[in-house]
Design a protein around this ligand. Structure first.
Ligand code: PMP
Length: 395
C-alpha cells in the first residue's frame, strides 16, 4: 500500500523497543514517563464524574463547542490568572491532551521545509509531530538552566525558524529549569525576530521546595511586543489524570481561530464527559490537596534517587538535579563513565533487571549518545535504591 509521503519524515521510536522489554518479570523501571497511578485522586474524580452525569447529563453526553466547555475554560483562565498570567476564557481552547495542542500548532503553523528550533534534548513526540508536517527540526543545546540563549539567538539568525518549541520548567527529558533572566531574554528574542515561541508547561506545578519562576506567558506582560509571539500549552495529565485526556492552548486570536478550525476536522470537540467531570472536580476544591501530595511524594523520590546515584554512581555520571517534575537526565561523562554509549549501558541495565531510556532519540540534531533518562515518579522508595544499585552493577 502506498502511504502518504509525510510518513517518510518519521520513524517509529527506538524507545518502543525498550518498552517491549519492560514486561520482563522483576524488572525495576525508571523508563516510564507516567505519573504514579497510586496518587490519582480516585475518590474526588469519581464524585466529580457522578455529579457530571447526574447534574449535567445532557451536556456531558452530548457534542460540545470545539473551543471547549465554557465553565471549564473559565476555571482554567482563573487558575492561570492566579499564577500571574493575564488570560481570559475566550483566549484559550481546551484540547484532547496537550499533545493535541502541539499537533494543532504543527498543523496550523508548519509547511514542508519550515524550520523549528527545539531544546536538545526535548519531548520526542513533539519532534516527531512537527516532522510529520514536513518541518526540519533543529536542536539548540541546553544546560541545567535550560536552553542556552546566546546559541538560541545564533540559531534564529541562521535558520529563520517558523517556531521555537520550549519546555521551560522541569523539561521532559531534561528536568532542567530555565532561569528568570533567560526567560526574559527569550521573550525579547521572540519580539525582536518575530518568531512564535511555544511554551509547553505540563510539569510546572510539580515543584518540590519553591515555585519556579513565572511562565513566559506571565512574563510577557513585562516585555513589549512578546505576547503576540507566544503560545502556551497546559495539561491536566500530570496534576489530575492523563486518562481525562485534557489540556489547553492559549494563543493570539488569529492562531487560536485557525487551531480551532483544524480541531473541528480532527475530533470536533474534546470529550464533554471528561470536560464536565474536570470542571466539577476543580469546583469541588480538592485539587490543591491532591497536588500537594504529588509534590511531596515526587520530591522525596527525586531526592532519594539523587542521593543513591551520588553514592553508587557518583564517579560515573553527571546529571541534572531536578527541582520539580518527573525526570533525571544523566550522562556517562564522569571519570568512571568514560563517555560510554548510553544505549549499550541501558541494554546491560535491562540484563541486570533495571530499565532507563537512552537519550539519543530525544535529540532532533546533534545527538549526545552518552545520555539517558530516568523517572522516579512511579517507583517506590525501596525499588529506587535497588534499581540504582543494579545500574551500578551494570556499569
Ligand atoms: N508535553 C510534554 C513535555 C510531555 O512530557 C507530555 C506527556 N508526557 C505532553 C506534552 C503530552 O501530555 P498530555 O497530552 O497528556 O497532556
Amino acid at each position: 500500500m502506498q502511504f502518504a509521503q509525510r510518513l517518510q519524515n518519521v520513524e517509529t521510536s527506538a524507545i518502543r523497543e525498550i518498552f517491549k522489554l519492560l514486561s520482563t518479570p522483576g524488572i525495576i523501571s525508571f523508563a516510564g514517563g507516567f505519573p504514579d497511578a497510586a496518587l490519582f485522586d480516585v475518590e474526588g474524580i469519581n464524585e466529580a464524574s457522578q455529579r457530571a452525569l447526574s447534574q449535567h447529563p445532557a451536556l456531558a453526553l452530548q457534542y460540545g463547542p470545539t473551543e471547549g466547555y465554557m465553565p471549564l475554560r473559565a476555571q482554567i483562565a482563573d487558575g492561570m490568572r492566579e499564577q500571574g498570567s493575564d488570560v481570559q476564557a475566550t483566549q484559550l481552547m481546551v484540547t484532547t491532551g496537550s499533545q493535541q495542542a502541539l499537533d494543532l500548532l504543527g498543523k496550523t503553523m508548519l509547511s514542508p521545509g519550515d524550520k523549528v528550533l527545539v531544546e536538545g534534548p526535548t519531548f520526542l513526540a513533539t519532534i516527531q509531530c512537527f516532522r510529520l508536517y514536513g518541518a526540519e527540526v533543529v536542536s539548540v543545546p541546553i544546560d541545567q538552566d535550560g536552553v542556552q540563549v546566546d546559541l538560541l539567538e545564533a540559531q534564529i539568525q541562521q535558520h529563520k525558524p517558523k517556531l521555537i518549541y520550549l519546555i521551560p520548567t522541569f523539561g521532559n527529558p531534561s528536568g532542567a529549569m530555565l532561569t528568570l533572566e533567560r526567560r526574559k531574554r527569550i521573550l525579547e528574542l521572540a519580539a525582536q525576530y518575530k518568531v512564535l515561541v511555544v511554551e509547553d508547561n505540563p510539569y510546572g506545578e510539580l515543584y518540590f521546595d519553591a515555585p519556579p519562576p513565572p511562565t513566559l506567558l506571565a512574563l510577557s506582560a513585562q516585555v513589549p511586543g512578546s505576547r503576540e509571539w507566544l503560545a502556551y500549552c497546559g495539561s491536566f495529565s500530570k496534576v489530575v489524570s492523563p486518562g481525562l485526556r485534557l489540556g489547553w492552548i492559549v494563543a493570539p486570536d488569529a492562531l487560536l481561530a485557525n487551531a480551532a478550525m483544524c480541531k473541528q476536522f480532527s475530533d470536533a470537540n474534546s470529550s464533554m464527559l471528561a470536560q464536565v467531570t474536570a470542571s466539577e472536580y476543580l469546583a469541588g476544591g480538592r485539587l490543591p490537596q491532591a497536588l500537594a501530595r504529588v509534590q511531596k511524594v515526587y520530591a522525596s523520590r527525586a531526592k532519594l534517587m539523587m542521593d543513591t546515584l551520588n553514592q553508587e554512581l557518583g564517579d560515573a555520571l553527571h546529571y541534572t538535579a531536578p527541582q520539580g517534575g518527573m525526570f533525571i537526565w544523566a550522562s556517562l561523562t564522569g571519570a568512571g563513565g568514560r563517555n560510554r554509549d548510553a544505549a549499550a549501558f541501558v541494554k546491560r541495565g535491562i540484563e541486570h533487571g533495571v530499565a532507563a531510556v537512552p537519550g539519543a532519540p530525544f535529540f532532533a540534531t546533534d545527538i549526545d549518545h552518552s545520555t539517558f533518562r530516568m523517572s522516579y515518579a512511579s517507583v517506590p522508595e525501596e525499588k529506587i535504591i535497588e534499581g540504582v544499585k543494579r545500574l551500578a552493577k551494570a556499569l
